[in-house]
Write a protein of this length. Structure first.
Length: 175
């Protein structure tokens, strides 16, 4: 009786495992390549042409062309260097010209130090950049911050140059 029960239970689990196996290997779609489709050619209408008047209405937001330069920090510091202040002043000018744009400031650190320490330092770095932009007249609801600490290095080498690249604040356009 026990042997028969064991055989039935084993057979049942074997069937369940077999049914769960995918018989066809699905090839993941390549999302990096996009097909460019040309619009069909249309014959011009035989109506008299009206002069074209340019207007300021835009169908695409201006944020698509915006990119912001990173700022860098010294080891174990979150105070802004003079060159970082110049970069932030340029960012403030762009943000003032594009009031619909919102940004996230990401604080990053090099690999030295604990995870907790670097997360706190990254938050202070992002906060320093945010505070400077606020003093330049950018509304606080347009700026948010996040710290990645040492989790997203720009350069994975273990050199002083790599560490200097990784001590940064990154500006990401969110809208």
């Amino acid at each position: 009786m026990k042997t028969r029960t064991c055989i039935l239970v084993t057979a049942f689990f074997g069937l369940v495992l077999y049914a769960g196996c995918n018989r066809q290997t699905m090839k993941p779609q390549d999302t990096t390549q996009r097909e460019i489709v040309k619009p069909a050619e249309r014959q011009p209408a035989e109506q008299p042409r009206q002069p074209v008047v340019e207007t300021e209405t835009r169908t695409e937001p201006r944020t698509t062309a915006l990119s912001f330069e990173n700022i860098h920090f010294d080891f174990d510091k979150y105070n802004l260097k003079p060159e970082a202040m110049e970069i932030l002043a340029k960012h403030a000018t762009v943000l003032k010209a594009n009031p619909e744009v919102k940004i996230v400031i990401e604080g990053h650190c090099d690999e030295r130090g604990t995870i907790e320490y670097n997360l706190a330092l990254g938050e202070k770095r992002a906060g320093a950049a945010r505070d400077y932009l606020l003093r330049m007249g950018i509304a606080s609801q347009r700026i948010s911050t996040i710290s990645y600490g040492k989790e997203r290095p720009l350069d994975t080498n273990h050199t002083a140059e790599a560490w200097a690249k990784n001590r940064r604040a990154v500006f990401v356009v969110t809208r």
